[in-house]
Write a protein that binds this ligand. Structure first.
Ligand code: KIV
Length: 255
């Protein structure tokens, strides 16, 4: 990867061919986007996880287009070298028309790609988004936007033959529709390995084992910025919350 040039969808796709691991993180504002970009992360996402780690909602289902646009505009101001995309929030792509209108809104706000959750059932939406000239990143496996339908629990996917076959059908459908890559969330490691080997486009795992083409994390989890909940698969690299608290207490004591 050339160290100065702007990262494009093609750059990300070609990393799979070269066996270069794709690091991806969420970014929801100007300073974090700038810092992560300076740390050399090639793929950044204004994820709807912002609903939980920034806005204080219990899950991602209450995130609106307005929320994503607001944070996206802040992230875009960092003018990252990284490829910067945004999530289409819950219920914003139920129909093909909604998918195109809302993807255009994010594209106009500066997103270089959009991501939405789902497999075969959203292929018409994906085709329409791509026909509108907007790159698309898929997201299969555990779908946080459907957590309430799943009884409020985040279940691991691909545990049995039916689950594995379903994931394979979804992954192939996304690739055939033209997605440039796909997130695999909470997919069993053997199934992630199988999908990664079967697909020409990159897989980016989260809680899905180490054999995907890349890994994505919620930055707040990686940096210990949201200490009230850390997913089991994350090994925080920093206790940012603890350090912030200690720094503020030290300052307060010295007043
Ligand atoms: O919303 C999000 O942040 C995501 C990634 C963690 C995959 O979808």
């Amino acid at each position: 990867m050339n160290s100065n040039s702007k990262i494009t969808v093609e750059t990300i796709r070609s990393m799979k061919g070269r066996g270069e691991k794709i690091a991806a993180l969420t970014a929801y504002d100007f300073p974090m986007t700038r810092l992560l970009d300076q740390a050399g992360v090639p793929l950044l996402l204004v994820g709807d996880s912002l609903g939980m780690v920034v806005l204080g909602h219990p899950d991602t289902t209450q995130v609106t287009m307005g929320d994503i646009e607001h944070h996206l505009r802040a992230a875009v101001r960092a003018r990252p070298r990284a490829l910067l995309g945004a999530d289409l929030p819950y219920r914003s792509y139920d129909t093909v028309e909604q998918a195109v209108t809302n993807s255009r809104r994010l594209f106009d706000a500066g997103a270089e790609f959009v991501k939405a959750e789902g497999g075969c059932e959203i292929v018409p939406q994906i085709r329409a988004i791509l026909a509108a000239g907007i790159p698309f990143l898929g997201h299969i496996g555990m779908l946080p936007q459907h957590v309430l339908e799943e009884g409020g629990k985040y279940h691991i996917k691909g545990r049995d033959d039916a689950g594995r076959d379903r994931l394979m059908a979804d992954a192939r459908a996304l690739a055939d529709a033209g997605a440039f890559g796909m997130v695999l969330e909470l997919v069993t490691p053997p199934v992630s390995r199988m999908l990664t080997a079967a697909l020409k486009i990159p897989t980016i795992g989260i809680g899905s084992g180490s054999d995907c083409d890349g890994q994505i994390l919620v930055t707040h989890d990686l940096l210990g910025l949201f200490p009230w909940f850390t997913p089991r698969f994350v090994k925080p690299r920093l206790d940012a919350a603890g350090q912030m608290q200690a720094a503020v207490e030290a300052w307060r004591r010295e007043l």
